[in-house]
Design a protein around this ligand. Structure first.
Ligand code: PLP
Length: 450
């Protein structure tokens, strides 16, 4: 049983058993008997408690977390200012359903989203439980507002695992295989993925962007498109940063054709990329912006924020859900947002990004299996290839992750070709600890290259 006495947790990586230790191994066996085999495990230990960037497992190992629960714990594990608000809220009340009896936390989160998201126009928000649910609602809103049905998405994109969002997600295995039929009227367009795109040797302005626009006009008809939904930096797709000009070009096309531009900032949002939202990089002002992951430090919460005239165009009771914007999750969000702003995690993300980019670039010079280093801010990745080619090297990824795991460093994979190592450290990570993790990754790659 966890007791408060175990905190604070030293911000140091330290193994006292092999990974997994005996207690974790026992629990993994027990899990196998009770839990559906469909659920994967990125790191094979059971957690006891955590703080900052360190997870302490049930065997007493201190594991360095460079995944932050998939870009959720931007403020770190067990952030005090989040925990305090959650405890206070749950003592006061834990649920009413916002559409039955409202509460201020919900309104305050919407106010924060309206204030923090790009653009000074009048904005309104609605809250949901998960990224996928929020994406579905953004599509509902765009369709109702435009009275059109087509949804445009992109190759390598990821938007969730519900039926509509499976249709929107690009990758078959593991997300879609055998789960169809999928929702209709979803059209996938090429992505400006410079590392794997011949057209990208030219500026996007004259290549991928014009291909996309041509396809939309000829194959769908711009006047049938309700929305274009895109991640400003692709998350699960392998931290693909669209070529400069691609996002502004799409936004302009949307504006000219009455299409709702939806930014899926579920993974990129809340300071992750060195700006509060990734759209800020090229001064994109989305019509709707979808947030989740980093919003509430691990409590389930998601939001759709956008132009008031779009958000208000839905009939009364057209949107909602039993739990969406749960008061405890809203309390956590207000704590997380307070920490992001007070501790200037935007600047921290930028600094972390500089360190990671510098170290990864140095690794690329040494290890020919690194094909590309990319990302922005504290969202950096390396794409692993067969040396001297750009052929994906998923075997190297498996070996690298195995090595890091054995040393107590949690790193996540990504990419359409399962060959991308993505780094998403909590933004509160101390520099020494970050460098320690990167040096383990360097050793892992050295063990493969040699
Ligand atoms: C994780 C993710 C989603 C889905 O969010 P869930 O909360 O898992 O439903 C959607 N879009 C992006 C970009 C994501 O990273």
């Amino acid at each position: 049983m966890y007791s408060e006495a175990k905190k604070p947790v030293a911000q140091k990586r330290k193994l006292v058993t092999a990974i997994p230790g005996p207690k974790s191994a026992e629990l993994i066996k027990r899990r196998g008997e009770a839990v559906s085999a469909s659920l994967g495990t990125a790191f094979p230990v059971f957690i006891d408690h955590a703080q900052g960037a360190i997870i302490v497992d049930v065997d007493g190992n201190s594991i360095l977390d460079l995944g932050a629960g998939i870009a959720v714990l931007n403020v770190g594990h067990s952030q005090n200012r989040v925990a305090e608000r959650v405890k206070t809220q749950i003592d006061a009340f834990s649920h009413t359903c916002f559409m039955v009896v409202p509460y201020t936390g919900y309104v305050e989160v919407c106010e924060a989203l309206n204030r923090l998201t790009p653009g000074t126009h009048k904005k309104k928000s609605a809250l949901f439980n998960s990224g996928a649910e929020a994406i579905e609602n953004a599509v509902k809103i765009a369709r109702k507002f435009t009275k059109r049905s087509a949804v445009v998405v992109f190759e390598h994109g990821y938007h969730g695992r519900t039926n509509l969002t499976m249709a929107m997600t690009a990758k078959n295995m593991p997300y879609k295989d055998g789960f169809g039929p999928f929702a209709p009227e979803v059209y996938r367009m090429p992505m400006a993925y410079s590392y794997r795109c011949d057209a990208c040797t030219k500026p996007c302005e004259s290549s991928v962007l014009s291909t996309v626009i041509h396809k939309i006009e000829k194959e769908i008809g711009a006047s049938n498109v309700a929305c274009i939904v895109i991640e400003p930096i692709l998350g699960e797709g392998g931290f693909i940063v669209p070529c400069k000009g691609f996002l502004p070009g799409l936004a302009k096309f949307c504006k000219e054709n009455g299409i709702v531009f939806v930014a899926d900032e579920v993974q990129t949002g809340f300071a992750r990329t060195g700006t509060m939202f990734a759209c800020e990089d090229e001064s994109i002002i989305p019509d709707l912006i979808v947030t989740a992951k980093g919003i509430a430090a691990g409590l389930p919460l998601a939001g759709v924020t956008g132009r008031a005239e779009i958000m208000d165009s839905i009939h009364l009771s057209g949107l909602g859900g039993t739990y969406g914007g749960n008061p405890v999750a809203c309390a956590a969000a207000l704590g997380a947002i307070e920490v992001i702003e007070q501790d200037n995690l935007v600047a921290r993300a930028k600094k972390i990004g500089e360190i990671m980019h510098q170290e990864l670039t140095a690794m690329m010079k040494k290890h020919s299996i690194i094909g590309e280093v990319r990302g922005r801010g504290a969202m950096q990745a390396i794409e692993l290839v067969k040396p001297g080619t750009n052929e994906p090297n998923p075997e190297a990824l498996t070996t690298a992750i195995k090595y890091c795991t054995s040393k107590g460093v949690l790193i996540l994979s990504a990419g359409t070709y399962a060959n991308v190592i993505r780094l998403l450290p909590p933004l509160v990570i101390e520099e020494d600890l970050l460098r320690d993790g990167l040096s383990v990754l360097d050793e892992a790659l050295a063990s493969i290259s040699s």
